[in-house]
Write a protein that binds this ligand. Structure first.
Ligand SMILES: Cc1cc2nc3c(=O)[nH]c(=O)nc-3n(C[C@H](O)[C@H](O)[C@H](O)COP(=O)(O)OP(=O)(O)OC[C@H]3O[C@@H](n4cnc5c(N)ncnc54)[C@H](O)[C@@H]3O)c2cc1C
Length: 435
């Protein structure tokens, strides 16, 4: 096996895999590797999400411009890619409902944002209560935003296919391989794998999802921020509910500054339906079960108490929201009731099977505030992506292209051919569209 690489990407989620995809097409003579501790790519958050290809109406066009553009272009790119590879992609739309006057004002703002972010008039429409009754008779609301340019897919299948293409284009994927130590020598990184053997890299890209902050801290960057992990749980609903609505249904989030969206009514790409996710605080990015959470409880609490997260923990509003989420985890009925508010037909008794939970890692700054946007950090021979949250899967391809272009422009990692054809897209054309 080669032991020296030009660039190593830590993390085989949808982001790290997409970055390797563009790097490999643009740099035919360079050695690129992705290191992933799980036995497959997209094993964690990228394969455990709601599976929505989101339209960019939730994102402030000024404050979250790049995310909004990535989401807009991501939709088109995944649609093209899924068609090419014969992978599932269903344009089933999303409905955002308002249950009161305050919510209606938010929907009006989302309509504006959606259009400013590129959605055309025939992709997004606002309806009143009476109109909605005719469109979706089972939904109870005061008003709703129907967004037609929104779809369902399977991000695990998409990431696996991107990995296959990236491999064919020259990337080495080291699976079942954990980065356990990173050391910087003069002009290269020495990376210890599985506490066992070493490999070397000129440049390092940290796309490690829930561990990206730990890796950044290990190499001495982003010292002032920390992260908090939230487990999003789902319930599968019985077949008799599969045709209750034609689209997935989200409700206007009451506290958008916190990472708690109320659970949605979800149409999966295979036609099944689910309720979720909630956002239960856990102590590890892999805290799917009690064993992992108990193991990580003390170290994570100590880390949080010694950082800005301490302020969030003692914030009354945050505590209330957390209690609400914990209740929705302990009681299925509480969780179902949160969706029942806008879909009264569903009955908790009929819902018996849990779905697959996924974990979101949100960054908290030194003032105890949740950071709303993705954090990108340039370092001398490394690049770090922190807080890469929703709609991260939707935007992964254009966002990955943006990162590769950024590294080239800054001279951090020069690419050989920016005109290269990357599967169905020309790289420079992607960049033009997200600028
Ligand atoms: C409940 C939930 C629902 C969501 N729904 C949607 C949705 O519907 N649509 C959407 O667009 N987005 C959604 N998102 C967001 C989206 O899933 C994420 O933004 C995206 O998956 C993040 O991808 P990633 O590659 O950065 O992270 P990850 O998928 O977490 O990948 C990081 C990888 O790094 C690996 N890693 C970490 N440390 C190491 C190490 N030391 N050595 C080796 N490997 C390491 C991990 O094993 C992991 O596989 C959702 C998120 C959650 C939590």
């Amino acid at each position: 096996m080669t032991h020296s690489f030009d660039v190593i990407v830590i993390g085989g989620g949808i982001l790290g895999t997409s970055i390797s995809y563009f790097l490999s097409f643009l740099n035919k003579s360079k050695k690129i590797a992705v290191i992933e501790q799980a036995h497959n790519v997209a094993f964690h958050t990228s394969g455990r999400n709601t599976g929505k290809v989101h339209a960019p109406y939730l994102y402030n066009p000024e404050k979250k411009k790049l995310f909004a553009k990535s989401s807009f272009r991501g939709y088109e790119m995944w649609e093209t890619y899924a068609k090419l590879k014969k992978l599932p992609f269903k344009k089933d739309g999303v409905i955002e409902v308002a249950l009161d006057e305050k919510g209606i004002n938010v929907l009006e703002k989302y309509l504006r944002w959606g259009k400013q972010n590129g959605l055309e008039d025939n992709s997004i429409e606002l309806f009143n209560k009476e109109e909605m009754k005719k469109i979706e008779p089972e939904i109870k609301c005061e008003s709703a935003l129907c967004v037609y340019k929104d779809a369902s897919t399977d991000y695990s299948l998409l990431t696996n296919s991107i990995m296959k293409d990236s491999k064919e284009s020259g990337t080495t994927f080291l699976l079942d391989t954990r980065v356990t130590k990173i050391e910087k020598e003069k002009d290269r990184w020495t990376i210890t794998l599985n506490d066992d053997h070493k490999i070397y890299a000129k440049f390092l890209i940290n796309a490690a999802g829930g561990e990206s902050v730990d890796i950044a801290h290990d190499v001495g960057v982003a010292k002032k921020v920390t992260d908090v992990h939230f487990r999003g749980e789902y319930w599968k609903t019985p077949k008799e509910y599969n045709n209750l609505t034609k689209s997935s249904v989200y409700s206007v989030p009451e506290f958008p500054e916190y990472p708690f969206l109320d659970p949605h009514w979800i149409l999966r790409v295979d036609g099944s339906c689910e309720i979720g996710p909630n956002a239960v605080p856990v102590f590890s990015p892999y805290g799917y079960d009690k064993i992992e959470n108990i193991k990580e409880f003390i170290p994570k609490m100590l880390e949080m108490l010694g950082s800005g997260a301490r302020k969030a923990i003692f914030d009354k509003q945050f505590q209330e929201l957390v209690m609400n989420e914990i209740q929705s985890s302990m009681s299925k009925t509480t969780m179902v009731n949160r969706v029942k508010k806008f879909l009264p037909k569903i009955e908790a008794d009929k819902i018996t099977e849990k779905g697959t939970a996924g974990i979101r890692s949100s960054i908290i700054d030194e003032n105890g505030k949740f950071v709303p946007d993705v954090i990108q950090i340039d370092d001398e021979a490394s690049f770090h992506i922190l807080n890469y949250n929703s709609p991260g899967a939707t935007g992964a391809l254009p966002f990955a292209a943006h990162i590769v272009n950024h590294l080239n422009e800054k001279g951090l990692f020069r690419c050989e051919d920016l005109q290269a054809q990357c599967g169905p897209w020309k790289f420079n054309e992607i960049i033009e569209k997200i600028k």
